[in-house]
Design a protein around this ligand. Structure first.
Ligand code: ZN
Length: 108
């Protein structure tokens, strides 16, 4: 990569907040000091502030690891689930009755 200041239209890597990925971007605007100010995603064409290819920190709290530990806390405080009742016998008789019903209707 040539060691020159960035110019409009240059392709640079940046994090796209819309795609949530590190993608190719076009330089859309430059600051007066020549630094990249805004970039346009080449995938979704969303223009946003240049993020210096930094991925945002993963959110903590409501989502992520805390949810699991909270769930584990709740489960630990619960009594063991009771044994499930034995499965009832398969309704064989009912099915036979249904076929008998069909035969009865056919005869009519
Ligand atoms: Zn994008």
């Amino acid at each position: 990569m040539p060691d020159r200041p960035p110019r409009l239209g240059d392709v640079i890597d940046d994090y796209c907040p819309k795609c949530r990925l590190l993608l190719n971007h076009d330089v859309a605007s430059l600051a007066p000091d020549g630094a990249v100010a805004k970039v346009t995603c080449r995938t979704c064409f969303n223009t946003h502030d240049y993020r210096h290819a930094q991925l945002p920190a993963r959110r903590k709290g409501k989502t992520g690891g805390d949810t699991k530990s909270l769930m584990e806390q709740v489960l630990a405080g619960m009594p063991a689930p009771p044994e499930p009742p034995p499965a009832p016998p398969a309704p064989v008789r009912k099915r036979r009755d249904l076929w008998a019903e069909v035969e009865r209707l056919k005869k009519k």
